[in-house]
Design a protein around this ligand. Structure first.
Ligand SMILES: Nc1ncnc2c1ncn2[C@@H]1O[C@H](COP(=O)(O)OP(=O)(O)OP(=O)(O)O)[C@@H](O)[C@H]1O
Ligand SMILES: [Mg+2]
Length: 288
């Protein structure tokens, strides 16, 4: 199973949001990490075939999704960043409605609703109108809606926004399980959301995939160049002038600093070498 994106370009007025974006994903979670306004939602809307690109094509298992048409939409699940709401529907009515819209077999829809709503702890929320749900609860209802047809390709645009820490962990575990037999694209700004579960991470920059690799490979590029040191306020300023400081933390009178160096720099003995994280990679790509 593969989803291939070839040369996607999208402009709004003169501004190029996507600029020949090219990548390929197979089974597993492909995380799209980028700051606000980088084009994640634009990319996901094109992947979901609700927004036509100016140029470029998308292929599912070698077939153009435009030609697959309804066949593509039947295997697709899409959680938009801001899903629409039918305020007076209950969760249950909303799902039934989505199941009809997506032309999902009733028995199948029932099975999927039961399975995913219990994983996402929604049993007690189903009789309330959607307008009375909290933001996180509504997000969970929308996630179930995206899964109603048991999709092979699942597009989740910032799915964990608004979820509390406990629900984030449950959701992450669920994604990990879902990913065993699906292609999942997931966008986020929060690197901890995708730690340990993503097979591939894409950093969007200037409309292109600036980096596209496994999390391990991305982190290993920064091996031996991330350090921590505990110092005083004056020295801390020196560090900020000479290195790329990614974190600064007051510890009593002292200051703890995490910073990136160039590979060529000889480490000083007071520096503690630390394992690079995806957050370090993110900051090295986009700056502070
Ligand atoms: N319909 C539109 N018309 C004009 N400009 C748009 C439209 N939709 C998006 N844009 C612009 O395209 C750029 C990318 O927006 P997009 O929503 O794809 O970013 P994003 O990475 O999803 O951001 P966020 O992290 O805030 O969700 C932004 O500059 C945005 O203002
Ligand atoms: Mg967005």
């Amino acid at each position: 199973m593969t989803l291939k994106v070839a040369g996607l370009t999208k402009r709004y007025k003169e501004k190029k949001i996507l600029d020949g974006l090219t990548l390929e994903a197979d089974q597993g979670i492909c995380a799209v990490l980028a700051p606000n306004g980088a084009g994640k939602t634009t990319f996901f809307r094109i992947l979901a075939s609700v927004l036509p690109p100016d140029e470029g094509r998308i292929y599912f298992n070698g077939e153009d999704i435009d030609e697959l048409g309804g066949g593509y939409r039947r295997i697709l699940g899409y959680l938009p960043q801001n899903p629409g709401m039918y305020p007076h529907y209950t969760g249950r009515q909303f799902w039934d409605y989505i199941a009809v819209l997506k032309d999902v077999d009733t028995v199948q829809a029932e099975k999927n609703i039961e399975k995913f709503s219990s994983i996402l702890h929604l049993e007690n929320e189903l009789k309330k109108p959607l307008k009375n749900l909290s933001g996180g609860m509504f997000r969970r209802v929308s996630i179930v809606a995206a899964l109603i047809n048991d999709p092979k390709v699942l597009l989740l645009d910032e799915p964990s926004a608004g979820l509390d820490p406990k629900e984030r962990v449950r959701f992450k575990n669920m994604l990990n399980e879902l990913a065993q037999e699906r292609i999942i694209f997931l966008s986020t700004h929060i690197t901890s959301d995708i730690d340990f579960i993503s097979k591939r991470v894409i950093f969007l920059k200037n409309g292109k995939a600036a980096l596209n690799d496994t999390p391990e490979k991305l982190c290993s590029c920064l091996e031996n160049s991330v350090f921590e040191v505990v110092t005083d306020a004056k020295e801390a300023d020196n560090y900020k002038n000479n290195f790329f400081v990614v974190m600064e933390q007051q510890e009593g009178d002292a200051v703890k600093i995490r910073f990136l160096t160039n590979k060529g720099n000889m480490p000083r003995k007071e520096w503690k070498s630390v394992s690079p994280t995806l957050e370090d990679v993110y900051l090295s790509v986009y700056g502070l």
